[in-house]
Design a protein around this ligand. Sequence first.
Ligand code: N01
Length: 557
Amino acid sequence: MGLDQKLEDSAGVGNADLDAVVIGAGFAGLYSLYRLREMGLSVRVIEKADDVGGTWYHNRYPGCRCDTESHVYCYSFSDELLNEWEYSERYPKQQEIFQYFQHVADRFDLRKDIQFETEVESAEFDEGSGNWVVGTDDGSTLSTKHFILAVGPLSDPFVPDFDGTDSFEGDTYHTAKWPHERVDFEGKSVAVIGTGSTGAQAIPRVAERADHLTVYQRTPNYIIPARNHRLTEEDYEEIRANYDEIWETARSTQSGHPYEYTYPSVEGLSEEEIQTALDEGWEKGGFRFFHAFGDLLSNWETNDRVAEFISSKIRERLDDPELAEKLIPDDHPYGAKRPPLDYEGYYETYLRDNVTLVDVREAPIERLTSSGIRTTDAEYEHDVIIFATGFDAITGGFTRLDITGRNGTTLEAAWEDGPRAYLGYSIDGFPNMHMISGPQSPAAITNQPVSIERQVEFITGMIDYMRENGYDYIEARKESVDDWVEHTAEIAEKTLYTEARSWYKGDNIPGKPSTMLMYAGGFDNHSEKCDEVADNGYEGYKLAETIKGLADTDVEV
Ligand code: N01
């Protein structure tokens, strides 16, 4: 059945065109579509790209892959899907994740309910009809009972506003808007601005192909060996034999990864125990190293030991003490900024003759010129500039839309003093609007597919509960939102996240208020709280049969 037919059939459902409109066809959007359709609801996903994949559609830069291990970088809701899909390496490449999305879309026949190449521009809650009216860039509108934002926590690319950007005559790229065609670096002088997770993946690859690569680094990061390798048949046999346990563990940890901390803390351990935990973590690589000690992000003593260990490894790798010191962080605890992984000799790349490291803390970028970049102490000529400069994270995907809730309240006004959401999903004044990976959710500090599945199940469970109990509207209470925001801030205050300038707190975006954007209490605790809320009949929410009911007395729970 085509979209138009579906629309015709669903016309009149609660006087809306559709039961649910979902923005985005990444992990969150596709699973929302799947679940809601299974529940018999009429759903349309609106996606600006011409295919599924979300972040994995747009990020195609050289070296792009996922830092989460591939056997848990997928959906777990379908055993058949789990058993039929195999990634080829420990960490999946962008191309394979994109293929995975295509496979999922085809396997569950999802495309028929996705409207591609359409961007949602606005959404307004119409109090007359009690529906959301969603406006798209083709000038059309859709009305829907539920409005689900699966826009992605890292979907709004950020380019610093350097003077002279328009005057640069070479090619410029942002890593998250990478062309589908191969970009030619051969014989060229290439600049990469940014050394976060994206820069760390792209820099070694670009260095291999460019005539010369200049890396503009503002803050060095602690970059850990990923220890990537191909997965064999035996690896998959073992994974499949243990899948139930792997997912059970992933769903019960703070990070949503399927491994526990080796020790709760360095405190009370002997020197030998600490060293062995660090050495073993280092050999395992990736985020397994991160899991050596449970209080890494709440105890300076633990963090200092781990940071010292990483710094010594960087020094060992680089036979150039001055260079090593430039690449070793000195301004933030390990993990307080998202720690990148190293796949292809990140540090050794700087020993190549065709690579120059420019420390822009020492000499900031002054402007872009017609032929390159001028810092406060030199001018560099480039044919290509790559912005690996990150995102307006967590909130950017929401605030770029023009959203208006009840009583004409805009999202901009609701978040005037900083973003706020109950459990990350809901804002008072915005009935039946559900955010996935919203502010104050665990979002991108947890393994995304695990966290997303959990959030989608909460939202769809809530919609199911409403149908069964005769409610048409649900909205978070103001006090629940305020309490959750306060609770999230209190948890953040007890961590070392507060000690770094990072996108976790919005510090990378000029003018954005600095506040921890995600719930740092752990995926496990967030998940438990969601269960408790649901078990108590959606405690903290107002449920009503009519809009008037929502505004007046509502149902006390
Ligand atoms: O972005 P970032 P990213 N002048 O914000 C620098 C996810 N991800 O795209 O640190 C000079 O981390 C900025 O410097 P500083 C992952 O969650 C996942 O790398 O602010 N430099 C920094 O070095 C990750 O955390 C995967 O001082 C400027 C860089 O640009 C998130 O995406 C892979 C500057 C931006 O780093 C974002 O990572 C890749 C300026 N004016 C990414 N402005 C997976 O594996 C910014 N910078 C799943």
